[in-house]
Design a protein around this ligand. Sequence first.
Ligand SMILES: Nc1nc2c(c(=O)[nH]1)N[C@H]1C(S)=C(S)[C@@H](COP(=O)(O)OP(=O)(O)OC[C@H]3O[C@@H](n4cnc5c(=O)[nH]c(N)nc54)[C@H](O)[C@@H]3O)O[C@H]1N2
Ligand SMILES: Nc1nc2c(c(=O)[nH]1)N[C@H]1C(S)=C(S)[C@@H](COP(=O)(O)OP(=O)(O)OC[C@H]3O[C@@H](n4cnc5c(=O)[nH]c(N)nc54)[C@H](O)[C@@H]3O)O[C@H]1N2
Ligand code: SF4
Ligand SMILES: [Mo]
Length: 694
Amino acid sequence: MSRTDTHCPYCALQCGMHLDVTETGDVEVSPRDFPTNMGGLCQKGWTSARVLTLPDRITTPLIRSESGELEPATWDEAMCFIAEKVRSIQGKHGRDAVGVFGSGALTNEKAYQLGKFARLALGTRFIDYNGRFCMSSAAAGANRTLGLDRGLPFPLSDVGEADALLLLGSNVADTMPPLVQHLGGVRDAGGLVVVDPRHSATAALTDNGAGIHLQPLPGSDLALLLGLVHIVIAQGWSDQEYLETRTSGWEEVRRSVTLWWPARVAARTGVPEELLYAAAEVLAKASPSQRGKGTVILTGRGVEQHTDGTDTVTAAINLALALGLPGRPHSGYGCLTGQGNGQGGREHGQKADQLPGYRSIEDPASRDQVAAVWGVDPAAIPGKGVPAVELLGKLGTEIRGLFVHGANPVVSAPDVGTLQQRMRSLDLVVVCDFLPSETTSYAHVVLPVAQWAEEEGTMTNLEGRILRRRKAIDPPPGVRSELEILAELADRLNSKARFGTEPADVFDELAHASAGGKADYSGLSHARLDDESGYYWPVPAGGASTPRIFTKRFGHDDGLAHMVAVRPGTPEDDLRPEAPVYLVTGRVLTQYQSGAQTRRVSELTKAAPESFVELHPTLAQRYQIEEGDMMSVESVRGRIVAFARISRGIRPDTVFVPFHWAGEGSANLATNDATDPISGMPEFKVCAVQIGKV
Ligand SMILES: Nc1nc2c(c(=O)[nH]1)N[C@H]1C(S)=C(S)[C@@H](COP(=O)(O)OP(=O)(O)OC[C@H]3O[C@@H](n4cnc5c(=O)[nH]c(N)nc54)[C@H](O)[C@@H]3O)O[C@H]1N2
Ligand SMILES: Nc1nc2c(c(=O)[nH]1)N[C@H]1C(S)=C(S)[C@@H](COP(=O)(O)OP(=O)(O)OC[C@H]3O[C@@H](n4cnc5c(=O)[nH]c(N)nc54)[C@H](O)[C@@H]3O)O[C@H]1N2
Ligand code: SF4
Ligand SMILES: [Mo]
């Protein structure tokens, strides 16, 4: 038996696990003590090795034949086919006619290589990734106020030392179960405040005096946050010295919240005034300026996936700054990054406007530096592209060919009905995956890739801590690594740039390219990361790791946090007589994302076999719907059909549908592709629907 210490393939908690390979070649998972998971794993982690040996694993390239079927092909045939098609599309329509859709599931090495491949080998400006769906509003909010976006600017263990935690639109008890171990301290202190339109598993952690559940109208979080700042000021709980020495813009923010007195906020959000006061008091009393142990404010997708998501995050940061939290002990603001490498995936250049090191593709000095590392003329690097939803909106018109690496957008993108039509009109769809998915069914070519436990790489977890993901077994014969695939394709497209194929070499190049950037990895290598003592970026060459940022200064040149006054918006697709109910979407414990991986694991599908609609008994009664009935949820874009699950925990004006399934129960048939104007993040979390019994 051989044992490898690695991390779970799924979410950003990146729980530590052992992989034991038995003499018969079976791979067994067991939990490993790591600071984020403290020896815990969720069901998805426990069963993750099952995905390595699924019977429908793709082990040979596939090309769509004349008859419309995907048929096995050799690597040479597949590569030849792709290169010829790319040349023909770009010959006719220009280089930007081929786009790339990447992922926060990719290792740092792959994300870096994909950005370089798009810019140099394809020469296209159109690259973006599924992280745009995920935490881009939090990133935009943090960048504009704090001057830097690292999901948690402090180790997760700091939350365990705090006395109060405000969790906005995050259901960690289902989405990162081992993280709940870090909430013991705040729950003991009665300081857990959860904001969610549903009494989620996480909201239930506030029961019995452990905290407060605020249950606002979907999409009204920004007003709620302005109300909390209003109360903090009125009660004299704002930290004036901190505001004067560490921030700018406080005067505008202070003025902007005067109009949001508690009664008005209560009317807007549906949260009673006394709960607003109670929540503000809990958060203020635990803050360092009131001699508390610490207060943390965290956002999840529930408040970010809105057309005013960036402003809502900004309001959360304003509250944190008003209380004097960021950079203080066991205190601060953070965003709970979602995908395994959601953090690293947003740093190395697969974002439309970005070069490695979290640099701007429009900044001449950054272009010069990266061009020098890549050995090309800076003019050879295309300009900035467009965010994911806009990129997908160009399919079939401006964009004629698409490469997909690590995503299943025909299930997970907003308004999938329209996207599916666009996908059908493309001249070339290349999907790299290890499993067939709903998206591979639109592919002209599928390239089989190695999985997490079959190759080396690094991931950057929700704390900004860089981890080694280690190889435990060989990939099945016939499968290649994504680095090899991108290098060979670049070669066949006559790229003059050098593309490495060894993860450690690509990491060294990435680290070099990031030197001096915001996310500086230049002091790291696979060898240095071997000891697992904990390296949080920035780690400049010869420098130390940075577990806590903002302790002395913020990321802006003047070192201050820049507060920005924000105003509440309304959902783009809002309630009206024909659509009188809000649809909110999200996750369940035992399925992951589009379900491409977890819907194949029997233990997980037994627990969550199909899509459902959660609704309140009062709403159900009004529409004569009973538990288990098939019901419809219909927006102007499309109709979901799934069974009713009646629950007293959800607001009576709201239904909830998880997005893990395809077919008629697919939540994204109804969701809105309207985006936040600053971040480009789509409004997955709220739209207006009509419901009915089927
Ligand atoms: N089991 C499981 N775990 C996962 C994943 C998975 O697919 N399955 N995915 C991973 C990824 S990529 C991500 S991004 C994270 C996401 O993790 P979370 O952000 O925790 O997940 P969601 O379920 O999308 O949304 C959280 C909550 O937001 C609430 N919500 C909806 N609308 C609103 C609103 O208007 N206001 C407020 N305040 N709340 C609202 C929902 O009711 C839901 O309970 O999870 C990661 N972990
Ligand atoms: N309605 C609604 N929709 C949502 C959300 C929501 O809350 N509500 N949340 C959004 C969020 S936060 C996210 S993150 C997205 C995620 O949604 P998707 O982007 O669709 O992500 P996954 O389902 O994880 O798809 C990953 C695919 O990549 C493959 N894969 C995994 N690792 C690799 C690799 O290393 N290389 C390659 N080539 N392939 C790999 C897997 O087999 C799988 O097919 O969904 C978004 N969609
Ligand atoms: S919480 Fe996330 S990282 Fe941990 S076992 Fe579950 S899916 Fe894996
Ligand atoms: Mo995500």
